[in-house]
Design a protein around this ligand. Sequence first.
Ligand code: KIV
Length: 371
Amino acid sequence: MISPWLACPEPACPITDPTPLMANSPPTSSPYKGPRPTNPKPRINWTAKRGPLIFKSDESGLLGHSLPMTPPEPLGPKVTGGTTVISVSDEPRIYGGGEGADPALKRVRVRHFGQAKANGIKITGLTSYDFLSARIFDDAGIDFLLVGDSAGNAVFGYDTTLPVTIDELVPLCAAVVRAVRRALVVADMPFGSYENGPEEALHTAIRFMKEAGAHAVKLEGGYRSAKQIRRIVRAGIPVMAHIGFTPQSEHGLGGHIIQGRGEGGAKELMDDALAVQEAGAFAVVLEMVPSEAAAEVTAALQIPTISVGAGPSCDGQLMVWTDWAGFTRGRIPRFVKQYAQIGQTLHDAAVTFREEVEAGVYPASEHEYRD
Ligand code: KIV
């Protein structure tokens, strides 16, 4: 399927959380070891012994994870180096609730996207369609998770994203929302759920907010979708826009074709970007466009640009996780970097399992219950 945040600026203030982040942290031999980013954000050290995790706060309200350094302290306002630290537990909880929530984790909010752009901090996103992957990506500090209509291909096995429906996406989105403690969850509005006009678009967005608990929605189209974006935003729902190559229009566009090429293409891309910003989108995905055009749009916009094959100048990068993790077989688009080979790993594990069962090697005595 094609389609392919945050170091903490000053002041960095420790907030101690007495609650282990995960009840069952993976063991030292955890397979979840990706390559280290060049500018790593604070993140969970899977090899750490279970115990209190310390979270670092920053002015923009974003939090990362670090190793335990001090014993647990009571939550509440603290003064560190002359700065009062407000932990999440100090934030007013309107209408109560929050039972069971990790009190030291602050959620990524749409305002943080603008702050990240202003501070030159790159935003990270992955698609996710289920609880398990969402929990791992959230723990890894990925800033937003997109429950993309790419689930049409990756989950449901359709040839394109066109057939997937709201009813199919809502339970996937709800599972992702249940998994995250920090990441912003964006629900993708599928083909046929917003094209008929602003009221249909608002109806769809409300379904994702109410039934799945999404934090924002995404829809495709620039100028042509501006009215829909404006209507949804007016109702208090954040919208991520999506321009350039828009997979729901692949037949109209004549296939998987790079958009924004040449002077005319670049101008159209810029017009679309300005239209969605003006309509109130908090961020815009640029998919499969030349890096030069994406750089110009990124410089011209106040809202962040999120690249899906749009080069390094964008304010953030997003990948379809099944492509990124090496589930996808065959030809993969040029912009996809495979950070793992999970497909091969699962295949090999399944072959070994079958062979061991057939040979009577599994289960061994340590896998048996005895009286
Ligand atoms: O559905 C999806 O995964 C997407 C992204 C690739 C932008 O729309």
